[in-house]
Write a protein that binds this ligand. Structure first.
Ligand SMILES: C[S@@+](CC[C@H](N)C(=O)[O-])C[C@H]1O[C@@H](n2cnc3c(N)ncnc32)[C@H](O)[C@@H]1O
Length: 203
């Protein structure tokens, strides 16, 4: 699928991401998993530094404490996702192209449930871009489902593969792990998920 048709699909799918409806009953479990990890990395992120969330979708606020919202720039190639996203700062841009920011602009780069929509080659280039836009000692937090098999997915999320490429780019990797989460509503269609987490620091 071309980027253009994927972008159109995300535009029409945007309303389902305002409240994470597409994730079904497991949505609050995934949200709290991501919140827990973002709270941890925020503790080691300079208080006034900016944050960029890549493939931000429509519901970025669910993942960060309210005090962090004014510091976040949500980046997405879907203008409809960003129209529905109440974050104050948003940018329509491609994750697979050079990021539209100056070097050393951010204390934290995050990406949640969006990494699988790029190919391995695009990941390698984006990792270099993340290194460029991060401040010294800035942090990267990547979280995604390991497997989901949406038609527009281009790769599977491998914490080990990403850790290896982050090291090659000059990052020091703090976490590269997987965790199974489960909805308390066991009777629903989608009630388990395997999530991968990568945390790395610019050396
Ligand atoms: C599954 S949604 C996740 C959205 C959000 N991170 C969340 O967790 O709710 C994937 C997001 O990645 C965005 N995306 C996919 N490919 C992209 C690309 N090449 N450049 C920028 N954004 C992209 C989509 O528009 C969509 O908003």
């Amino acid at each position: 699928m071309s980027h253009e048709s994927a972008r159109k699909m995300w535009n029409s799918d945007a309303p389902n991401w305002v409240d994470h409806q597409h994730l079904g009953s497991i949505a609050p479990v995934i949200e709290s998993f991501i919140c827990r990890h973002s709270a941890q990395v925020l503790q080691v992120t300079p208080r006034n530094s900016r944050i960029v969330d890549l493939g931000t979708g429509a519901n970025t606020k669910a993942y960060f404490p309210a005090s962090a919202h004014p510091r976040i720039i949500g980046l997405d190639f879907s203008s409809e996702m960003l129209r529905l996203n109440p974050l104050p700062q948003k940018t329509v841009a491609e994750m697979s192209a050079p990021l539209p920011f100056a070097r050393e602009s951010f204390g934290l780069v995050t990406s949640f449930l969006a990494w699988r929509y790029l190919s391995s080659e695009e990941h390698a280039a984006l990792i270099q871009e993340m290194y460029r836009v991060l401040l010294p000692y800035g942090t990267v937090l990547l979280i995604d489902l390991l497997k989901n098999n949406w038609e527009h997915q281009k790769s599977e999320f491998s914490p080990d593969w990403n850790a290896q490429h982050l090291r090659t780019a000059g990052f020091s990797v703090r976490t590269a792990s997987t965790e199974n989460v489960r909805s308390p509503l066991g009777y629903t269609l989608r009630y388990t998920a395997e999530l991968g987490v990568v945390v790395a620091r610019k050396a």
